[in-house]
Design a protein. Structure first.
Length: 300
């Protein structure tokens, strides 16, 4: 009798597991938001970043865009990043399928503590995001990693290497560089070319784009526009031959966009801009030169 029971149980699991795997709820978008909390960002600036995302998810037009897709729902996750191995998941994958769930997500985000760390590892943020998408409980037609920050990669592996790994998993990477016009607390100078660095070295995948925040006060506007483009999947189409920044369209129009096309079979690794003229290791070189010049040492 025991053997018969085990056989029945085994057969049940054998046929039940594939069915369970097919029960993953379909969403129009899986969006992971990766927020820079490196040492160049002070507490006030960190608060402006957080408030920008909170306001965006409370914007009626963005709410309409989230609920207006083919499935009427998206999945989101929110984490902060700094050093190569410093990533902090504030909100794990959450289904946004109603005005109530979107409002609850914004409130959770508003109440979460704000942290500040040290160095800038965009590559570490991308490395962290790849398995984050892999364990998502939702079936997404589009996977988008939304990275915001005020500096180039200066810790961990090369950002282009990790970008390639993400693109192999068909994860689109969009960028929101913050043009911080003041030196950070350590005296490291601001980066006037950060927008072009993000465009050439960080972003990739079909319809990937950069939305530039002119400063931290401009961040809420930039976040709103960027999220609306990502949710509606109508980001600008940059010229991949010249690497020029594409034009941006009005948010109300974006919210009315139709259903995105299926890209399941595309090779995302081919959707990158030409090599950056300063090199995508410019952040690492600037960091070494700064610490050597100022203190006679290089950072660990």
């Amino acid at each position: 009798m025991t053997k018969l029971f085990r056989l029945i149980a085994f057969c049940f699991l054998l046929f039940a597991l594939p069915a369970a795997a097919q029960d993953k709820k379909e969403v129009d978008l899986a969006l992971a938001m990766a927020i820079d909390i490196s040492g160049s960002i002070d507490p006030d600036e960190a608060h402006l970043q957080r408030e920008g995302y909170v306001q965006a998810f409370r914007d009626p037009i963005i709410v309409k865009a989230i609920l207006g897709g083919a499935n009427g729902r998206i999945a989101v996750a929110y984490f902060e990043w700094s050093d190569s191995w410093m990533q902090k998941l504030l909100i794990d994958w959450t289904l946004l399928d109603s005005e109530a769930t979107i409002a609850a997500f914004a409130t959770r985000l508003e109440k979460a503590p704000i942290s500040i760390a040290r160095r800038t590892s965009i590559s570490g943020a991308i490395r962290y995001a790849i398995p984050l998408f892999g364990r998502s409980p939702y079936d997404a037609e589009r996977k988008v990693l939304d990275i915001s920050g005020d500096g180039s990669n200066n810790d961990g592996g090369l950002v282009t290497d990790m970008r390639h790994e993400a693109l192999k998993d068909r994860i689109i990477i969009n960028g929101l560089p913050i043009m911080n016009d003041r030196p950070n607390p350590f005296g490291f100078p601001s980066e006037d070319d950060l927008d072009r660095y993000y465009l050439h070295c960080v972003t990739g995948g079909p319809r990937s784009f950069v939305e530039v925040a002119r400063n931290f006060e401009d961040f809420p506007r930039a976040v709103r526009k960027k999220l609306l483009q990502e949710v509606a999947d109508v980001g600008p189409r940059p010229d991949f031959d010249t690497g020029e920044l594409g034009g941006l369209r009005d948010g109300v129009q974006l919210a009315q966009s139709g259903r995105p096309r299926n890209r399941a079979e595309e090779d995302y690794t081919k959707f990158i801009r030409p090599e950056y003229e300063l090199g995508c290791d410019v952040g690492e070189r600037r960091s070494r030169e700064f610490w050597q010049r100022r203190f006679g040492v290089t950072p660990d």
